[in-house]
Design a protein around this ligand. Structure first.
Ligand code: MF3
Ligand code: CO
Ligand code: CO
Length: 262
């Protein structure tokens, strides 16, 4: 892990833009999650998101995204079901009672970005799935709580990991949180693990996407031949939560949280 890259400090004007895009990102994710029920396909959810973007004149930072020459991402949401960890490509798969699904959604507006994800149950799910989702959400919130000026970057990942490991779960290392602003993915990388007290000091005006991915079993991920879908190597369930969060002098401000969201 290199901490050498510069971490942007946003001005008041820039923060206003990030608040705007964060709120819109949260609103549309809420619309999508409210439509997730048995019988609907992940492709249907993608079309709902696509229409919501179009209606508001917003762009998708996901569509066509192709870091390092992989196949361009073909959709505006990531829909990752059960043992899929992240980056599930929407398609004809119908959701069924008992599934859990991570819905990850991003918006670009006037050159600024929002990024947020939630894992939800489709109907009744196993108690283990409920516990996994609750633990992953709690670990994200504990990571966010560490986003106060003066703390160090690794304090975030340490708090996340501690909560998930306490349940015996696997914390994915192959994907990490990130700075966000002018680009969807900016420095620094924000791992969901690590020893506390390492890395750069956190300062007011930094904005990070905090996004733990937690597996019931092995923490190892494997990417399918579609270049995107990351699954657990042992087929165990996985959950993923994400918020775009600003560090202020008064503590963390979650830019993608509105009433009703995670
Ligand atoms: N939103 C994802 C993240 O949390 C990135 C998705 S890239 C895409 O970092 F191309 F799959 F959309
Ligand atoms: Co995301
Ligand atoms: Co992200």
């Amino acid at each position: 892990m290199s901490f050498a890259e510069r971490i942007a400090i946003r001005s008041r004007r820039e923060i206003e833009q990030m608040r705007d895009v964060g709120k819109m990102t949260a609103e549309i994710l809420l619309e999508i999650r409210n439509r997730a029920e048995p019988g609907i396909t992940t492709g249907d959810l993608d079309r709902i998101a696509s229409k919501a973007l179009e209606k508001r004149g917003l762009n998708s930072p996901f569509l066509g995204y192709a870091p390092g020459g992989v196949a361009p991402y073909p959709a505006v949401i990531c829909a990752s079901v059960n043992d899929e960890i992240v980056h599930g490509i929407p398609g004809p798969r119908e959701l069924r009672e008992g599934d859990i699904i991570s819905l990850d959604f991003g918006v670009e507006h006037r050159g600024w970005h929002g990024d947020t994800a939630v894992t939800i149950a489709i109907g009744d799910v196993d108690p283990e799935a409920e516990k996994l989702m609750a633990t992953t959400k709690a670990s994200m919130d504990l990571g966010i709580e560490q986003m106060v000026p003066g703390n160090r970057l690794s304090d975030i990942g340490h708090a996340i990991e501690k909560r998930a490991l306490a349940e015996g779960y696997g914390v994915v290392h192959q994907f990490v949180g990130h700075g966000i602003g002018r680009e969807m993915h900016e420095p620094p990388q924000v791992p969901n693990y690590g020893r506390p007290g390492r890395g750069p000091r956190l300062r007011a005006g930094m904005i990070f996407a905090i996004e733990p991915m937690v597996n019931v079993g092995s923490d190892k991920a494997r990417v399918l031949d579609d270049d995107w879908t990351a699954v657990t190597v042992d087929g165990s369930l996985s959950a993923h939560f994400e918020h775009t969060v600003l560090i202020t002098d008064d503590g963390p401000e979650v830019l993608t949280r509105i009433p009703g969201s995670h």
